[in-house]
Design a protein around this ligand. Structure first.
Ligand SMILES: Cc1cc2nc3c(=O)[nH]c(=O)nc-3n(C[C@H](O)[C@H](O)[C@H](O)COP(=O)(O)OP(=O)(O)OC[C@H]3O[C@@H](n4cnc5c(N)ncnc54)[C@H](O)[C@@H]3O)c2cc1C
Length: 423
């Protein structure tokens, strides 16, 4: 059995086999003719073991990477393609995603399954752009769901967390290609939080990073622009991270000196301005020092208070954590298992270097996230199981029932998924 590992190395598994399917017929035959559990995998960029499988078959959709116009303002996209290749092709065809996250290595299938998101109060997660979903169910039968046909099942499976079926193709609502004018600068964290709603909605896309012990928010803002492109400066984020790590190691004993050095590092790395087409502007470089991550989505109105508490807790108990926290906003949707279900959200992500102990940090920040009824990102690390999740998702029972209808024999249920879903 060949070892499989996710991007950060936090999930390691030993599937009996890894099958790359190239057509719907292959996929249907695989499901019908095999026994045991199957688990889809995209790019393996989830931090939680949501894609991992021992004693079963790992399935990837290498052949499902087509991108075609479905109708004006809509594209039909294979679920196995990576967002980077998909967005380049969409751009060439006169289409665009209205929003993207901070990398483009994920597959569309993976991004839809976990409600992957970017930032901006006008924009929902990737699944909120869906208008039709084609899946192969647990009996190997093809199903096409949309807001017009089987709308309840569609809403239950649009954020499917890899249960209910293998997504092979999706029709997504698209925008016209646009250019983004992006600026990055540092301000005091308290100034950002005092004027939070106005600042987070002042531009099309706003997010910020907070570096433990610095007192500074590094803000990234974008607006659509018709201006001529200005080349993106060389990405120095990894160099900045290495400096933060060194500063933490050498100066942990002297908080005032540490803060001073952090402010110098932030000043030398925070300023950035460029104008690029959307598909080049969104993704950033996250290779280099790898990390683990937990991210919770909180009701927008409690976000600033929750962030203050998370910052205070990390600075007191985990001052050595040098990876920035990331703070974003996401618009509400009506998808049963979306963490943004019926609520505009503030997302707070806490990262720590891969290979370093993560559990204690995660459990500590979770005390704050749980207090404010945060819902965890499905692809990131968290400790919740079905009992708590059911209380956080008003449409939980409907989604579980839909999953049962699509996969009555539990062909897609690993032990991790069984704990998550209460099966
Ligand atoms: C460096 C980095 C940056 C990130 N940035 C962001 C970000 O900006 N915003 C954000 O929200 N998240 C972000 N993430 C998390 C990431 O977007 C999600 O975890 C996403 O699900 C990963 O996609 P993947 O293709 O790697 O899927 P995998 O991790 O391989 O799988 C994720 C889930 O999708 C299921 N799945 C995959 N393909 C299919 C399919 N065809 N049909 C049904 N189910 C399927 C799997 O079974 C599994 O349950 C980031 C992760 C990393 C490592």
């Amino acid at each position: 059995m060949k070892e499989w590992s996710n991007w950060s190395g936090s999930a390691i598994a030993h599937p009996e086999r890894h099958v790359a399917v190239r057509s719907e017929e292959d996929l249907s035959t695989l499901i019908k003719d095999s026994a045991g559990v199957l688990r889809m995998v995209g790019s393996g960029h989830s931090f939680s073991p949501i894609a991992a499988i021992d004693q079963g078959t790992l399935v990837s959709l290498g052949g499902f990477d087509s991108v075609n116009e479905a109708a004006p303002g809509h594209a039909r996209i294979g679920a196995g393609g990576q967002l980077g290749a998909i967005s380049t092709r969409l751009h060439g065809m006169g289409h665009a995603f209205a929003n993207m996250g901070d990398i483009n290595d994920q597959t569309l299938g993976g991004a839809l399954a976990t409600a992957t998101h970017g930032t901006g109060l006008q924009f929902g997660c990737y699944s909120s752009m869906l208008t039709e979903l084609t899946l192969m169910d647990g009996r190997g039968e093809k199903r096409v769901l949309s807001r017009n046909a089987e709308a309840d099942l569609f809403r239950a499976l649009a954020v499917g967390i890899g249960t209910g079926g293998v997504v092979t193709e999706a029709v997504m609502q698209t925008a016209k290609p646009y250019r983004l004018d992006r600026a990055r600068y540092a301000i005091a964290l308290e100034d950002m939080l005092d004027d939070f709603t106005a600042r987070m909605s002042a531009r099309r896309n706003v997010e910020f990073y907070y570096i433990t012990g610095s007192g500074q928010a590094v803000v990234m803002e974008s607006d659509a622009s018709d201006a001529a492109p200005i080349a993106r400066p060389e990405d120095r984020d990894q160099e900045g991270l290495a400096q933060l790590r060194l500063a933490g190691r050498l100066l942990g004993w002297a908080p005032w000196l540490h803060r001073f050095v952090l402010s110098r590092i932030i000043r030398s790395h925070s300023h950035e301005h460029f104008i690029e087409d959307w598909h080049r502007a969104f993704p950033t470089d996250r290779e280099g020092i790898r990390f683990n991550e937990t991210e919770y989505h909180l009701p927008l109105e409690v976000g600033p208070q929750a962030l203050r508490e998370v910052v205070a807790l990390v600075e007191k108990q985990f001052p050595h954590v040098y990876f920035p926290m990331e703070v974003r906003t996401v618009a509400a949707d009506d998808l049963s298992l979306s963490p943004f279900y019926q609520r505009d959200s503030l997302s707070i992500a806490v990262h720590h270097e891969a290979g370093q102990p993560f559990q204690a940090l995660m459990q500590a920040v979770e005390t704050v996230f749980h207090k404010y009824e945060g819902r965890p990102h499905w692809g990131k690390m968290h400790s919740l199981t079905a009992t708590e999740l059911r209380g956080l998702y008003p449409a939980w029972d409907m989604a579980i029932e839909a999953r049962r209808e699509m996969d009555p024999d539990n062909r897609f249920v690993t032990p991790y998924m069984a704990r998550l879903l209460g099966l």
